[in-house]
Design a protein around this ligand. Sequence first.
Ligand SMILES: CC(C)(COP(=O)(O)OP(=O)(O)OC[C@H]1O[C@@H](n2cnc3c(N)ncnc32)[C@H](O)[C@@H]1OP(=O)(O)O)[C@@H](O)C(=O)NCCC(=O)NCCS
Length: 209
Amino acid sequence: MPIRPFEQHIPRIHLTAYVDETALVVGDVEIGQDSSVWPMSVVRGDIQSIRIGARTSIQDGTIIHVTHDSRFCPGGQPTTIGNDVTVGHKVILHACTIEDFCLIGMGAIVMDKAIVPSRVTIGAGSVVPPGKVLESGFLYVGSPVKQIRLLNERELEFLEYSAQNYQRLKDRHRAMHVPSEATSAPTSVSPETPPPRTRTRRSTIPKRR
Ligand SMILES: CC(C)(COP(=O)(O)OP(=O)(O)OC[C@H]1O[C@@H](n2cnc3c(N)ncnc32)[C@H](O)[C@@H]1OP(=O)(O)O)[C@@H](O)C(=O)NCCC(=O)NCCS
């Protein structure tokens, strides 16, 4: 089961969302309607919360984590991702904020307290440094990122297309897996639902007579 509680926190995953069976979602995590978490991704909300909005895709091998409460970061720092966001393959999002309709390119890293406002594209392999606040509507690339230019109409349109495309793709994947699971195991866990019991195998050791 890729969805695990941590202490009192149980991931809350919308029934229409898709979490691949090789992904891992832990603790204080919310995943919204029609969002998707693809193979080998980790969404670890153990020491602060992670919020993922609707129609957002977290693609293969991505790692999302948070920062804990300490004198270096009082209160800790959650990660918040908005609606209709495309998070490409092998991205790291750490204790940061990504607003609606962004595209975070493959292999990019967004660090603590950085804010990526709505309708921004981050180029593949780029690094958004800690605390950096970007400007809406722009393309950013590089390590550290530099503002390159305003996104054109076609690129802005692509941000919406990309979210819709991944929504359709997750429906095709769900169709492969969810119906058969639905009869035997929950595909989502809500606060009202107790943590899933781990299956215990019957002992194969013969009883002593
Ligand atoms: C950033 C990106 C959108 C640029 O697209 P583009 O239309 O080629 O942009 P431009 O041609 O205006 O490039 C601007 C400059 O940035 C450079 N550049 C492009 N992508 C770059 C990247 N990822 N990192 C560093 N520099 C990059 C270009 O070489 C160009 O440099 P130059 O002006 O010195 O020649 C694209 O390269 C990219 O990284 N897309 C991300 C795709 C992705 O990861 N999708 C998620 C998977 S589903």
